[in-house]
Design a protein. Sequence first.
Lengths: 279, 296
Amino acid sequence: MSEQAVGAAPAGAAPAVAPILEVQGVTLQYKTKDHLITATYRVGFQVYPADRFVLLGPSGCGKSTLLKGVAGFMRPVEGEMRLKGRRIEGPGPDRVMVFQEFDQLLPWKTVRQNITFALVNGGRCAREADADEIAMTYIRKVKLTGFENTYPHMLSGGMKQRVAIARGMAMEPDILLMDEPFASLDALTRRQMQEELLGLWDDTRFTVLFVTQSIEEALLVGSRILVLSPHPGQVKAELNANRHSHANLGSPEFVALQTRIHDMLFADRVLEQEAVPRG
Amino acid sequence: MAEPARALRDPVERPEFEHAGIGAANTADVARPLSLFERLSNVDPVRKFTVLLSVIVLWEVYTRAANVPPLIFPTFQDTVVALWRGFADYGLGGQIWASMSLLLTGYAIGLAIGAMLSFIAVSSRFGSDVLGTLTAMLNPLPAIALLPLALIWFGLGPKSLVFVLLHSIVWPVALNTHTGFMSVAEPLRMVGRNYGLRNVRYVAKILIPAAFPSILAGLKLGWAFAWRTLIAAELVFGAATQGGGLGWFIFASRNEMDIPGAFAGLLTVILIGFVVENVIFRNIEQRTVVRWGMHT
């Protein structure tokens, strides 16, 4: 029975606001050619409005699978997921996903058309003209003014991810799902993108569910961190990271939390090639 | 053998430095415009046209200098004259039209069938197996080999030719379209579904454009097969029925020992093939897959 309670908020500590996303005892499985893999086992958490909720864990902890479940691309074999109280049954524009891969942009559409495509087909705008206006607003927000008529293949990796983020934000979804969006970028661009994302969040206070396998990124980007253990993914801890940002990167407090998470994930296992350097 | 002892040394310590301001580079060649010749030789058509011109000059000079009998290999000039006469006196224009209208009919029907087959293939695993097996079986069969049977099934007429054309168009088009659909990147599929696209809208707005490079390759291949098949079929068919078309024009010219005429027919076949492949398809490619950065 104690397993069922994993991830449930301790009694009496529940905030007054209703959560946007509720995940309860979710087990997700998928098939490979030879195996049925259990990606997550009875995982539960709640995401509240304006949360920057991070799913953190080493590869194999099912964090991306969990995100696909929330997006509606996979159905849980056990447990349930609710968005604003409604059970998640399939993909929909109320939860927009931003992927790690650069080929999430439609290569046959320009930057602006990629955004209007989402707005019109996702049902946010009935007319192309309205969509154009919103698209331009978000292109400005992600600092891509001047590139609106450029095709994605002409953009750098960082710019492509900015378009994907702009496209996701333009939809104004209930929750933005980001699957390691900066993992394919070089270190300098990644740092810059993290800061820009936080800047955008300061502007509009959207709710984001962010997957990463970098402890540092989790601390920088997240306001709350769900730590998952691998094979299969189970909740190890839920921590607050609201006080940490680029401003106190490397401070003793920052490093202490980093070390704490690192030990949580790696203390009980022999380090393989996935070893993450401390602090 | 012991390795020679090597001293373990530390990196050499050097002073650090930092430039306060970087001045203008002291070279004129930061961006020097290329010379006219350099720029011309960068233009693809210019280089290719040069090759073409050399071939023609070589042809003309050799046939004249070596006194090659016109019945074996006419000069370029004779061929051009024959081409002119072909249009003026022997109805070459009409023969081209006969060939092209047949080809376009076949192409249109072939595309429709190919699209249908790939739609069936993409909608279920069984459909995919059916298309895969059929293509593997029938694609290696040269369409022209079916002509004798087609003549029995459909009689001496355009129906037989269209049937043979269909065989050369349907398989490459269906196969390439299907392969294109199957290799659409997973994130792109998920993006489509994320924004609420399903069924026909999903196919039209995500699968077809995303698979377009592959679809275009299928269209080109289908065209190339069909064009070659048609000329060959007309050679055989024309011989059987005194029918028409470019292939028949070549055959008839040879029969009358009008070798320059036969050359003129061949030249026409080359020219049309060239225009379609290098002008029409190239143009489509430039406007789509090249502009989108999807060409390989």
